[in-house]
Design a protein around this ligand. Sequence first.
Ligand code: GRF
Length: 199
Amino acid sequence: MGLNLCVFASGSGSNLLAIIEACKSGFISSRVVLVISNNSSSGALEVAKKNNIPTFHLSQKLFNTESEFAERLLDLLNEYRVDLILLAGYMKMLSTKVVKKYSGRILNIHPALLPKYGGKGMYGIHVHEAVIAAKEKVTGATVHLVNEVYDSGEIILQKQVVVLPDDDATSLQKRVLETEHELYPEVIKMFEEKIRVRN
Ligand code: GRF
């Protein structure tokens, strides 16, 4: 049966693509029903359009108040009967109203082994630069539940990536991203079972 997934993304959309491919291959039985981006030139919107998935470019700036923005998001999530929200490179905080309404059903992926290398300023290449600077031997990716504080929700699953002696931030970022593409579908599979049992 699977779940109706909504993906929020601001960037290139490679995690979105990996999730779509996991749906197509049958690895997961869910489907992406909605993609929302705050960035009109985001690759994620292109990926969604190519796959005939409804997209919305929505950002706080387009609304008078945070509350109006939240109401619009909640209306869309309701209209598309979204079961699970996936943040995949979404560069904004979700409004508290949305976080409360979908509590336990919002996931984020982070390119490090949280609680290490999370929080303020820890996004994109900065995460991998910090890992290299600290001479870590292992890093990885984390999927966690989203609450109202950045990168602090319950950790659902992590996958390790070995830091090679000649790695720089860019090469490490590439390998961590490949790992993210395996990790997110695995977690969705876990939630397919969990939400089915709960319903
Ligand atoms: C990923 O590294 C993810 O962990 C982080 O943002 C990046 C998004 O990449 N939150 P993409 O847009 O899915 O390619």
